[in-house]
Design a protein around this ligand. Structure first.
Ligand code: CA
Length: 228
């Protein structure tokens, strides 16, 4: 079995040690580390890791800047990023997600939780998650059959509505920025106004009826499916 390379960009040695230890224990991972941005960017380009764990508080180059560079460079854009943030960095976290980070974990974090997130993102990358049936409240979504039901009754969704709902369900509990939804549902080249997202969410909610309460609006930012 080949190993999955994870790059950790973090300046605190105890955090690096904790992550490295737990990834090794989980098995199947090879870990690279960089303690500041320039080295992190270089390693990302040279090693093409399967995933990057990026701390936001770094000396010299801030984590957000690194995230932005990685996500705008065609060579590294597809590498998923999990950001490590402190509680007080709410704004940075939101900006980070807008820059294309895939997920975030707030310090202090449980290594087990972080590894679950790593595995979830890696599975998503392989498209495995998309084959699993999902259900939240009365809503069930079956990607393989392209089928959605509320309380067992089929709901007819357009392909855009279906993609939107499935993005939100896959990332239950986590806010999805309008920009991000646009990128993933309509594609990177799309230049549609982010208000388009609102329009489609509105239609989606209408079709879901009462079950639509699960979809929360995060004002000025995006949407999320509430954690059940
Ligand atoms: Ca740090």
């Amino acid at each position: 079995m080949s190993s999955t390379r994870i790059l950790i960009i973090e300046d605190e040695q105890d955090v690096i040690d904790l992550l490295t230890l737990n990834l090794r224990k989980a098995g199947g991972f090879v870990v690279s580390t960089a303690t500041e941005g320039a080295a992190g960017l270089r390693k990302a380009r040279e090693e093409m890791p399967a995933l990057i764990i990026l701390d936001l508080m770094l000396p010299k180059m801030p984590g957000l800047e690194i995230c932005k560079v990685l996500k705008t460079d065609a060579a590294t854009r597809k590498i998923p990023i999990i950001m490590l943030t402190a509680k007080a960095e709410e704004i940075d976290r939101i900006v980070g997600l807008e820059f294309g980070a895939d997920d975030y974990v707030t310090k202090p974090f449980s290594p087990r939780e972080l590894i679950l997130r790593v595995n979830a993102i890696l599975r998503r990358g392989k498209g495995e998650v998309a084959e699993e049936k999902m259900s939240i409240g009365a809503i069930t979504l079956d990607p393989a059959r392209h089928h959605v039901a509320v309380g067992g009754k089929p709901v007819r969704l357009t392909s855009v509505e279906f993609k939107l709902l499935s993005m939100l369900m896959q990332r239950q509990g986590r806010v999805q920025a309008r920009d991000r939804l646009l990128n993933e549902v309509w594609g990177y080249e799309s230049l549609i106004d982010t208000r388009t997202v609102d329009t489609h969410v509105r239609r989606l909610r209408k079709k879901l009826g009462k079950a639509a309460v699960a979809i929360e609006t995060v004002r000025g930012f995006g949407y999320r499916i509430r954690e059940s």
